[in-house]
Design a protein around this ligand. Structure first.
Ligand code: ADP
Ligand code: MG
Length: 485
């Protein structure tokens, strides 16, 4: 502690002593604004002003020298001077003035009026900013809050044994709480691939894997990861995204695209077919007509037989061309609210000769409150007959299956008719082609490949949809979806 500075006009010694014990820097000025006393702490705070901080030094000199010798910035001294001028009117204590201090700290300077018309300048070091430990704790709290709120599923796990070190709440929601990240990979090879990708560059982005939750359910996922060193161990920080919804949307979009492509292709093919059939119609009728005349006029038996074969073949061509034309013909639809039970009965009736011959049973259940659909009764009946005869032919030709079921279901917008057989079914490699005009697996003369193309065209004109459904069982199910009346 420094000794009490010499006093020219000594103040009460007990006051000087008290001032010495204070950590605050204190400088007392009298009514003439000359220094009376500056305590040791004040000296310490203005280290190179010791020759100035003597009793009798005017306030203005103190301020000027403090600025000149670098213990006080100019704006601070100006502000203090202004505050000193206001002291008499502003009350006993001035506003605080902040000043940069040592080691990044700041100091607060303040003026206070004394009862004898003088004033006191106090100089206080502000407490240090929150120390490092506090800063670390604050950063931790911040980090934790960010992680807890983070909507992404974040997992931190050890490379060596997969032990999960951290899991964000979103990750717990998505995956449950397993101990090891190993168990989240459905396929071990995928985890191996993931690690193989991660180790060289410490980065994996958007890798597709199948993930398994703690409850053993699985989902398609995308994983991105970084490899870091944490307490001397290799640790994976990964985000996992559930792709279920995204993939479902993509599949639906693909399906719609495929459907659009299919119907465009079908209508283009249909037009071509119609044009060709139309052109063939006239020359063919000449062949048919003349073959018949020849057949009647020729006496030679051998020749007669040959002409007869010619005529038969020409007739077959006519039948085929007619069916092509019926496919192509844009019969105007007579759309009206239609009751299905009667229509389906008619279709079953039309197919009954064939089914009886092939010993195939047909079932349909009566439905109560079945809504009406918007349909052309005649053409829709043809569609159902087509589906029935395809099923009958498939079962008969393959010698597999013995029943056909027609079911209906509906929601508030549409009704779906399902025609199901337990025949041979349709193999995957031709599934996408069965609606193509002219596609048939049947022998020449038996099939034309027009039936399903016709059905597709009619149902599309109804603003409905016809599909081959996926079934786990043997057999085939065709569905026809129609808008409600
Ligand atoms: N219910 C069914 N079961 C098995 N195959 C079927 C069935 N319905 C249609 N198919 C297949 O679809 C093809 C196309 O049918 P379609 O367009 O009616 O022409 P077609 O009956 O003249 O062959 C058939 O040749 C057959 O291979
Ligand atoms: Mg057919």
């Amino acid at each position: 502690m420094q000794s009490v500075p010499e006093t020219q006009n000594p103040v009460d010694m007990s006051l000087a002593e008290i001032c010495e014990y204070m950590s605050e820097g204190i400088a007392i000025f009298d009514a003439e604004a000359t220094l009376r006393l500056a305590n040791s702490s004040f000296h310490q705070k203005h280290p190179n002003l010791s020759d100035v901080l003597k009793p009798g030094i005017p306030w203005s000199i103190f301020l000027r020298e403090a600025v000149n010798r670098g213990t006080m910035p100019l704006p601070v001294s100006q502000r203090l001077d202004a505050l000193e001028a206001e002291l008499a009117t502003a009350g006993t204590r001035s506003d605080a003035v902040q000043m940069p201090g040592v080691q990044g700290r700041t100091a607060t300077l303040r003026l206070g009026q004394t009862s004898d018309g003088g004033f006191v300048l106090t100089h206080t070091e502000n407490p240090p900013p929150a120390d490092d430990a506090d800063a670390v704790r604050d950063a931790e709290i911040l980090l934790r809050k960010v992680l807890e709120a983070c909507p992404r599923s974040l997992i931190m796990s050890r490379v060596t044994d997969g032990r999960i070190i951290y899991r964000s709440p979103a990750a717990t929601d998505l995956l449950g709480s397993a101990k090891s990240s190993f168990s989240h990979f459905t396929h071990r090879e995928e985890r191996a691939d993931f690690i193989t990708l991660l180790l060289p560059d410490a980065i994996v982005d958007n890798m597709r894997v199948t993930f398994r939750r703690a409850d053993q359910t699985e989902f398609p996922a995308e994983i991105s990861a970084r490899l870091i060193d944490y307490r001397g161990e290799d640790v994976i920080v990964a985000t996992v995204e559930d792709l279920t919804q995204e993939l479902a949307i993509k599949a639906e979009m693909d399906r719609q695209k495929e459907q659009l492509f299919q119907s465009e292709k079908l209508s283009a093919l249909g037009e071509l077919l119609a044009a060709v059939a139309h052109e063939l119609n006239n020359p063919l009728s000449i062949i048919v007509g003349n073959a018949e005349i020849l057949h009647e006029e020729i006496a030679d038996d051998g020749l007669k037989r040959r002409v007869g074969k010619l005529s038969q073949a020409a007739h077959r061509c006519v039948r085929i061309i007619r069916s092509f034309l019926s496919l192509a013909r844009q019969e105007p639809l007579d759309l009206r609210p239609t009751e299905l039970s009667k229509l389906i009965e008619n279709a079953l009736e039309a197919a009954s000769n064939d089914t009886e011959a092939a010993k195939i049973k047909m079932h349909t259940a009566p439905y109560t409150n079945e809504p009406l659909v918007i349909a052309d009764e005649v053409q829709l009946t043809q569609v159902i007959i087509n589906l029935l005869s395809n099923a009958i032919q498939a079962m008969r030709d393959a010698g597999i299956g013995d029943q056909i079921t027609i079911e209906r279901s509906w929601n508030d917008r549409s009704l779906t008719i399902r025609v199901t057989d337990n025949g041979p079914g349709i193999s995957d490699d031709i599934k996408t082609r069965i609606f193509d005009p002219l596609f048939t697996t049947k022998d020449a003369g038996k099939g034309t490949g027009v039936g399903l193309a016709y059905c597709h065209r009619i149902i599309a004109a109804h603003k409905g949809q016809i599909r081959l459904e996926h079934t786990a069982r043997r057999g085939a199910t065709f569905s026809v979806e129609l808008p409600l009346a």
